[in-house]
Design a protein around this ligand. Sequence first.
Ligand SMILES: NC(=O)C1=CN([C@@H]2O[C@H](COP(=O)(O)OP(=O)(O)OC[C@H]3O[C@@H](n4cnc5c(N)ncnc54)[C@H](O)[C@@H]3O)[C@@H](O)[C@H]2O)C=CC1
Ligand SMILES: NCC(=O)COP(=O)(O)O
Length: 338
Amino acid sequence: MAGDQRPLIGITMGDPVGVGPEILCMALDYTEIYDFARPVVIGDPEIMHMAAGIARTGPKIRAVNDLQTAVYEPGIVNLISASRLCRDAHKWGHPSAETGRSMISYIEAGIDMAKSGQIDALVTCPINKAAMKLAGGIYPGHTEMLAQRTTTREYAMMMAGSRLRVVLATIHKALRDVSAALDENRIATVIRLTHQALKSRFGIARPRIAVCGLNPHAGEEEMFGHEEARLIRPAIAGAVSQGILATGPHPADTVFYYAVNGAYDAVVCMYHDQGLIPFKMVHFHDGVNTTLGLPIIRTSVDHGTAYDIAGKGIADPGSLMAAIEMAADHARRTKHPV
Ligand SMILES: NC(=O)C1=CN([C@@H]2O[C@H](COP(=O)(O)OP(=O)(O)OC[C@H]3O[C@@H](n4cnc5c(N)ncnc54)[C@H](O)[C@@H]3O)[C@@H](O)[C@H]2O)C=CC1
Ligand SMILES: NCC(=O)COP(=O)(O)O
């Protein structure tokens, strides 16, 4: 359609033996998605056909080369074929070096398409980090790969839902390495990236950001640790001096209660589970993972490959649908800033 204003959204199929392919078929079975987006899948035709059978969905999978002339309407799933896996060698929940390499190739293709402007945003289905390693991949996840391939030095992982947004100062770190990985500059950067994203991507004019402490009771006057006094408090003070509405360090055991009840637009967390436990308690089925600081828009599901249920047709596509909707929304907002 000439002059079509719906953003073009590239969606990577994710791990071929995980729940990605089936939730993708289920999500694209919702006709409403085509009201606001032109989705195109980057993945494997054989696996998508198998997944469509498992998900019992109707749409036809159609291979496309030219995104501009493809037809984007309910009933058609446009697919850019980036691997040719063999049905006979495929087993749900059982990764191989080949399936690992394939899922990496979807992400590489998706990043290139986003960088060159062929698509307006990239949505990623889940990958398995062990399968990534099996395939010789060097990254812990999408986030680090996206940062490296877009030469982005300052980036952060945000998990976003209607009631709670959390942003991580450290991502995939062993708990015992967290303290050493934190520094004032990193915390200040994450507060700034959060502030910028809330304004430009989420349309919040004066974002309110809560910053967690690391230790129990936010250190309790340094009785339980020094990170709050030495790193977190100075980072918040620096942000405040730049006009950012950042407060804290807040004790992490109470701040999320206030955040889900509307007191803050986002909570900056010091480590992965500090943010993701409260987030998934509230948003397991509709939460979105988005990477802040990149020159491209990237959203993702909040869950993993769920090998235990892959291929059974029972996975919930809610998080993926929310990720597609957010990608389209952010693409529109970026093209037409208010
Ligand atoms: N965006 C991504 O690529 C992500 C990848 N991962 C990776 O996924 C792999 C597996 O991680 P786990 O910790 O086992 O988490 P997981 O999210 O794959 O599974 C945890 C539990 O949630 C259930 N579950 C997950 N997604 C579901 C859905 N859509 N509908 C219904 N139930 C669902 C699973 O059946 C399982 O019981 C790991 O390699 C992890 O690093 C984890 C989170 C995000
Ligand atoms: N817990 C979130 C997660 O592991 C997703 O990582 P990424 O693949 O988006 O970097």
